[in-house]
Design a protein around this ligand. Structure first.
Ligand code: HPA
Length: 282
């Protein structure tokens, strides 16, 4: 995409809700869009109205941006994301992420469905992502660099913001919700992995496997957004469980985990709303 798209998209969004400045961008993964229904004074913009926003073809990914306030915090929700496997390439989420930055967001909170490589984090569990392993064929910042958003070379240390993670863990403890932590391995999909691939990822240090997250996190770190990511486990990864993996199963268990995730995020977002904007330096 041309990076001017993000400026055009931000201008369209500002017109729809004048004066509204979101502090946090939320990406809602498979079956997790229900969170967007909790926003007050909500205004929606369809992705197909926004330049640079890829329209997802996957059932369970609605494809709209919802602006509103939740627990006192102004947020912009991407309800439904598009994926590498849909054919959009590694820059699939760069436009939406940059648009969130231009709208004023300081933080990107990403949710997704994932398979678990750890039996103790079975279907329905929540796992905060502490780091990732990129097994996708490339990265989103390849090509000419747009200096308006970030530098040519940039670090992925602290990609998953430790300070925000600490706040999320405190929120989990306060609300009695179990929150695991783990490393996310991003695979291209759309096929689920083989059992041998999962064994390899386990040796490499992965705790979770999924088909998203990494393109948006790299785009977010490039433009200086702080990132927090929580996966809802929808299945034990191939070879570890007995269930046949399917998208239906993903949606079913994402809905189950979404209950805990919403409860956790409500406590976390209320905490964030009470803090100054520049909570942590990036
Ligand atoms: N593998 C990849 N992506 C996934 C899985 C999985 O097992 N479960 C949910 N998303």
């Amino acid at each position: 995409m041309t990076d001017d798209c993000a400026f055009e998209a931000a201008a369209i969004i500002r017109e729809r809700k004048p004066g509204f400045v979101p502090r946090l961008g939320l990406i809602l993964g498979s079956g997790l869009g229900v969170l967007a229904e909790q926003l007050s004074d909500a205004v929606s913009v369809r992705f197909d109205e926004l330049p640079g926003f890829p329209v997802s073809t996957v059932h369970g990914h609605a494809g709209e941006l919802v602006l509103g306030t939740v627990c006192g915090l102004p947020v912009a929700c991407l309800k439904g994301r598009a994926h590498f496997y849909e054919g959009y390439g590694m820059g699939v989420m760069t436009g939406p992420v940059r648009t969130l930055k231009l709208l004023g967001c300081e933080t990107l909170l990403v949710t997704n469905a994932a398979g678990s490589l750890r039996r103790e984090a079975d279907a329905g569990s929540l796992v905060a992502v502490t780091d990732h392993i990129n097994l996708l064929p490339g990265t989103p910042m390849v090509g000419p660099n747009d200096e308006r958003f970030g530098p040519r070379f940039f670090s992925l240390s602290n990609a998953y913001d430790r300070e925000l993670l600490g706040l999320l863990k405190a929120s989990a403890q306060a609300s009695g919700i179990q929150l695991h932590e783990g490393v996310y391995a991003a695979c291209p999909g759309p096929n689920f992995e083989t059992a041998a691939e999962i064994r390899m990822m386990s040796i490499l240090g992965a705790d979770l496997v999924g088909m998203s997250l990494v393109p948006e996190v790299i785009a977010a770190r490039h433009c200086g957004l702080k990132v927090l990511a929580v996966s809802v486990v929808t299945n034990l990864a191939e070879g570890l469980g007995t269930a046949d993996l399917s998208h239906e199963q993903t949606l079913k268990y994402a809905a189950l985990g979404a209950k805990d995730l919403i409860a956790l995020l409500r406590v976390f977002l209320a905490d964030l709303a009470g803090r100054p904007a520049n909570l942590a330096a990036h």
